[in-house]
Design a protein. Structure first.
Length: 132
């Protein structure tokens, strides 16, 4: 595992290849970008198999969000970036460090628990019908 460098073409290409192997929904949920703070990846040879980053939504807002994206072939095996980010995030000057995941994603929940997180709340989606 190592930190990815925003100005590295090789790191950007590795992230692009990992992203291409994941679904649109997974990419949207993870919100990983090379411009995020503390982007770390887990490699198998020269192949990026999992990446995590810290995302700060708003300057001055007391929340740091951990995004994680793992190649489908490596799910359940590549949680070191999450654990690393949990440790690094807890050292950041933020009051809240969050790890969001889909409720049905049991593997992601287990990863969060291994990293030291506890369940704080479950958010339920609400569909709004604009025709009403």
């Amino acid at each position: 595992m190592r930190l990815l460098t925003p100005d590295s073409a090789a790191d950007a290409a590795a992230l692009e290849a990992l992203s291409a192997a994941c679904s649109d929904w997974e990419r949207a949920l993870s919100q990983i970008s090379m411009e995020d703070a503390l982007v770390a990846g887990c490699f198998a040879g020269d192949r990026l198999v999992s990446v995590a980053s810290l995302l700060y939504y708003f300057e001055g807002w007391p929340v740091a969000d951990i995004g994680v994206l793992t190649h489908p072939d490596w799910r359940g095996q590549a949680s070191p970036p999450t654990c690393c980010h949990a440790g690094a995030a807890f050292q950041q000057p933020r009051e809240i460090v969050q790890y969001r995941n889909a409720e049905e994603d049991i593997g992601s929940q287990r990863t969060a628990i291994k990293a030291g997180f506890i369940r704080w709340y479950v958010e339920e989606g609400i569909a709004v019908n604009p025709a009403v």
